[in-house]
Design a protein around this ligand. Structure first.
Ligand code: COA
Length: 174
């Protein structure tokens, strides 16, 4: 299994991967979101990594920019979407994509990664629920909004509502 940056040529396979991993309606939404984020200048800087074997893509993770009002360039990213093909779920690929992404971001000076997801899963990967940095929409499950600091004291530096990329800034995605 190899992890590498996604390429333009991967786009059809990426959409298919999300559709399959998330299933039905949510899969279509997430597949569209992944391609929209790849094309969205407001999502930059983007880190998009795929896990593959010799035959096919097995997983995909994206990290895109978050900004904060009154703070020009917070080194903050949001991790979304993340998916592993159904047949390989539970093999540790999700964990490897998260770790490789965070490793590369940390090396680039990123201080914190946010995620909106299941606390039972993400708490196993260094994410904890956070309140000082708020999501753009009110959430049904506020504890699903989580942060993984990549630098000491990262979370104490910021507060307020984050602004996500245009492609992520839709109520139905939160
Ligand atoms: C969530 C997902 C990315 C995890 O990837 P993965 O490669 O299967 O995960 P890993 O192999 O690293 O970890 C597997 C472990 O996480 C657990 N896990 C997976 N999803 C979980 C969830 N939503 N809540 C709690 N635990 C979860 C598994 O039960 C397994 O536990 P075990 O190690 O005790 O057996 C993958 O299951 C997936 O693509 N799911 C569908 C899409 C999705 O939900 N994406 C995340 C949206 S926030």
């Amino acid at each position: 299994m190899n992890i590498r940056p996604s390429l333009d040529a991967d786009k059809p396979a990426l959409r298919a991967l999300h559709e399959q991993a998330f299933g039905d309606e949510e899969g279509i939404l997430v597949g569209r979101l992944a391609l929209a984020l790849l094309a969205d200048p407001t999502a930059q800087p983007v880190l998009s990594l795929v896990a593959e074997d010799a035959d096919s893509l097995l997983g995909h993770v994206m990290f895109t920019a978050l900004t904060l009002d009154h703070h020009p360039t917070p080194q903050l990213r949001i991790m979304a979407p993340l998916a592993v093909t159904k047949a390989r779920q539970g093999d540790g690929l999700g964990a490897r994509l998260i770790e490789e992404g965070c490793r590369q971001l940390q090396a680039d000076g990123v201080e914190c990664v946010m995620v909106l997801g299941d606390p039972a899963y993400y708490s196993r990967h260094g994410f904890t629920s956070v309140h000082a940095l708020r999501p753009p929409y009110e959430l049904a499950r506020p504890d699903a909004w989580m942060a993984r600091p990549l630098a000491p004291d990262a979370l104490s530096s910021w507060q307020g509502v984050v602004n996500a990329a245009d492609a992520l800034n839709a109520r139905q995605l939160w």
